[in-house]
Design a protein around this ligand. Structure first.
Ligand SMILES: CC(C)(COP(=O)(O)OP(=O)(O)OC[C@H]1O[C@@H](n2cnc3c(N)ncnc32)[C@H](O)[C@@H]1OP(=O)(O)O)[C@@H](O)C(=O)NCCC(=O)NCCS
Length: 220
């Protein structure tokens, strides 16, 4: 099971808080990147950074993922979160392991985006990336419950967690994505410039330039 899909991103910040009110705007294509569609952002969906030990949020989001979404997120059949994995995912520190969650109108968690850098949470069998070239790198993982997919939540979470990664001075964002995961590939490319794409079997590793900022979008 992959804890992160290959990535990285502290306290609730003004950057994240601004996500509650900012507006997504469509812009002209830049370098062939997909152009974001304007979404009618549900005003009552809020984002906040998670603190350590918020396993209730993890559990709620995991429960809202279909089997296929769990497969795409964890790169394998994942009927449940084991205790160690659950504890690891809850062990955010705001520096090397950063998680931002989205909450629906009723306050129920509907998505999480996380960044894990060197020395943070480690995937089973592989360390989180330390660097790409000589640039500090973080690994990204993101999930939105099925009932809320396609409504701009993933984009908001990615923009917010990328902003936190930049605050922590990471320069590269790395995402391991199952090759068939078009949504994730298109989403990442629409938010950040992709600097490399490596394919290994049915897994694609996308590396994005985190320092470039988010073109065409207001901060999360
Ligand atoms: C991938 C995922 C996080 C996207 O979240 P989302 O809230 O559904 O995505 P959004 O509504 O914010 O869409 C953002 C952009 O992604 C792209 N996108 C989303 N779904 C897409 C699809 N099915 N096909 C192609 N592009 C898609 C579009 O460019 C979209 O922008 P647009 O609406 O302006 O066209 C979500 O589908 C998910 O949780 N999937 C299961 C877990 C997973 O795959 N995680 C990624 C592994 S790291």
């Amino acid at each position: 099971m992959r804890l992160v899909s290959r990535i990285v991103t502290g306290a609730v910040t003004s950057t994240v808080a601004s996500a509650h009110t900012s507006t997504v705007t469509a812009t002209a294509p830049a370098g062939g990147r997909p152009v974001p569609r304007p979404h009618d952002r549900p005003p009552s969906v809020t984002l906040r950074e998670l603190g350590p030990g918020e396993t209730d949020v993890l559990d709620a989001v995991f429960a809202g993922l279909s089997g296929h979404s769990r497969y795409l997120r964890f790169h394998g059949a994942t009927p449940r979160l084991t205790g160690p994995v659950r504890r690891t995912l809850a062990a955010v520190d705001g520096r090397r392991h950063i998680a931002v969650a989205a909450f629906g109108p009723d306050g129920v968690p509907i998505g999480i985006a996380r960044l894990i850098g060197s020395g943070g949470t480690q995937r089973r069998g592989a360390a989180a990336p330390e660097a790409v070239g000589n640039l500090r790198a973080v690994e990204l993982a993101i999930e939105v419950v099925d009932a809320w997919q396609g409504q701009g939540i993933g984009r908001r979470l990615l923009v917010a967690v990328a902003a936190r990664g930049r605050q922590e001075r990471y320069a590269r964002l790395v995402a391991d994505v199952v090759a068939e995961n078009t949504a994730m590939r298109v989403l990442l490319a629409s938010v950040l410039p992709i600097v490399s794409v490596e394919t290994d079997g049915h897994q694609v590793t996308l590396t994005a330039d985190l320092r470039a900022g988010v073109l065409g979008l207001a901060a999360a």
